[in-house]
Design a protein around this ligand. Structure first.
Ligand code: NAD
Length: 490
């Protein structure tokens, strides 16, 4: 990796390269992290040529740190998802015509919408909502705000949502959406206007019994509350109170469910506990590493602590840290809240990407973005189990390496289904005007996810296939049954 020389003679050092993410990061000095909390890993505005221009004040937001990210070619996640579908179809000889239907997305909505920035200029942004399938119930899936969001990614993630809801047997279909932005480039007021304008642009394409968004990467309960309010403000008054479940993952006061915030991480941990039980493996004293320390990663890490396991390395978009004696997950979560990332966490050593992946541990929880585990990083991994908190964290080549190395995998569509399961509970509570206690939510979540785990495990044994294929088979089985029972109109 070469340094990049700027016009002023200063050189930018490559901070971290990652073939897998097809990203190239450059760091421009490190002035005063402590001076401001607007620290952010990626700059996605200008291309490499304008590197020397330093942060373009597009939004009036001051950034103390300037990284560059250049997107090279991005491999197609959707193509990979279709390959997984074809593989499962072949193993169990599923009906080809039905597989043809579910290989396609039903609706793909792309909206371009104007938003007024704080300095009064207008930005036109692009948002997506892909509705993959609603044979089992209303479309359901998260919304992400990320600079690398594109139609291919959203198509793939929407398709995976259909498999996920089918595996855990809840009455939802699959959808996903997002806006191609980096939220760190916008003020809170701008983010609110972006969210509201996007919701308005989607109009009746979402709805409490039709398509129900939820939080995903860089979106949170606050953003869900803005969507809810905008939706409810633009429908007839007599329908408003019947529509609070237009989104899930809302703040509790706005109709959210207790236990939803931690639900995905909790589901990951329930799956790990079941795996440990099946393998006679003691989680007390076991070590784990986590990639991504946002909602899913930080909750999974904190809940693993309750089993007496030891967190020894973490990577997020700002860098990677390691401490073989153990990192306190709660303390790190507080640090990330205050500083925006794990970089410079004082109670661990900074390590690079490769060292992070090569850390010997019992369990790896990828909880960032897709394509983190590739051929190269899978070769580095030195763990017994990969519990996929993220969606699509393992690419095709990476998967082959994990299988060759006999590393167990709890696949994403099972492992991270806790979020959509508790979203379903939230939706039910809203529809019935009920409020469930946390122990009730957790017990119901555990029951559903463990049952799904057992189904996938049994399918893997029955068909002698890897767990990813087995999870697809379980999902396809349910979808095929429904299509066969109902037939195809007319
Ligand atoms: P988040 O925005 O809360 O956190 C994302 C984390 O990933 C951050 O810590 C960020 O720093 C890290 N990250 C981003 N780019 C990275 C990179 N290049 N290298 C290393 N780390 C990087 O998002 P989240 O809600 O926790 O979602 C994480 C994953 O889990 C996504 O794949 C999402 O689709 C999946 N997921 C989320 C939910 C949910 O309920 N939030 C449910 C199911 C699946």
């Amino acid at each position: 990796m070469k340094n990049i020389k700027q016009e002023n003679g200063q050189e930018l050092k490559p901070l971290r390269t990652s073939k897998e993410w097809k990203l190239l990061y450059y760091q421009h000095g490190r002035p005063g992290l402590e001076e401001g909390k607007k620290f952010k890993g990626l700059c996605n505005y200008c291309d490499l040529q304008s590197l020397c221009g330093l942060p373009k004040p597009e939004s009036g937001l001051w950034r103390c740190e300037h990284y560059r990210a250049k997107v090279w070619e991005k491999s197609s996640l959707h193509e990979y998802v279709l390959k997984l579908l074809a593989k499962a179809q072949g193993v169990n000889n599923f009906d080809r015509d039905i597989c043809k239907i579910i290989a396609e997305t039903m609706n793909e909505i792309v909206v371009h919408f104007p938003v007024k920035m704080d300095d009064d200029h207008i930005k036109v942004l692009t948002g997506y909502r892909v509705q993959h399938n609603n044979a089992l119930g209303p479309f359901k899936g998260g919304l992400r705000f990320h600079p690398m969001v594109d139609i291919d990614e959203i198509r793939a993630l929407a398709t995976m949502m259909t498999w996920k809801t089918a595996i855990v047997n809840i009455p939802f279909g699959g959808a996903k959406g997002g806006i191609q932005i980096d939220p760190a480039d916008f003020s809170p007021k701008e983010l609110e206007r972006i969210t509201r304008r996007f919701t308005f642009a989607l109009g009746n394409n979402i709805g409490p019994d039709y398509d129900i968004p939820a939080p995903d990467v860089n979106t949170n309960p606050k953003i869900m509350a803005w969507i809810q309010d905008t939706y409810m403000s633009t429908i007839p008054p007599d329908e408003r109170n019947r529509s609070i479940h237009v989104v899930t993952g809302k703040p509790i006061e706005s109709g959210g469910s207790v236990g939803r915030e931690k639900a995905t991480g909790q589901g990951v941990v329930f799956c790990i506990e079941k795996w440990a039980q099946d393998h006679g493996f003691d989680l007390k004293g076991a070590t784990y590493i986590v990639q991504g320390y946002g909602n899913v990663g930080s909750w999974a890490a904190r809940l693993m602590k309750m089993n007496g396991s030891r967190l020894i390395a973490v990577e997020d978009v700002t860098g990677a840290i390691r401490n073989k004696e153990g990192i306190d997950p709660d303390d790190l979560a507080q640090y990330v809240k205050e500083h925006g990332g794990v970089v410079d966490y004082p109670k661990a050593q900074a390590v690079d990407h490769e060292v992070f992946f090569n850390t010997k541990a019992d369990i790896f929880i990828p909880a960032a973005l897709e394509n983190a585990i590739t051929r190269d990083t899978a070769e580095l991994l030195n763990v017994k189990l990969v519990a996929e908190g993220a969606n699509g964290p393992t690419d095709e080549e990476g998967d082959k390496v994990l299988q060759r190395k006999k590393i167990d995998v709890i696949p994403d569509i099972l492992c991270n289904s806790g979020g959509v399961i508790v979203s379903y509970f939230e939706w039910l509570q809203n529809k019935r005007s009920e409020f469930w206690e946390l122990d009730e939510v957790d017990a119901k979540l555990k029951k559903i996810i463990v049952r799904a785990y057992e189904k996938v495990r049994d399918a893997a044994q029955k068909h002698r296939v890897d767990w990813r294929t087995a999870a697809q088979i379980v999902a396809l089985y349910r979808l095929e049954m429904v299509y066969k029972e109902r037939g195809v109109f007319p």
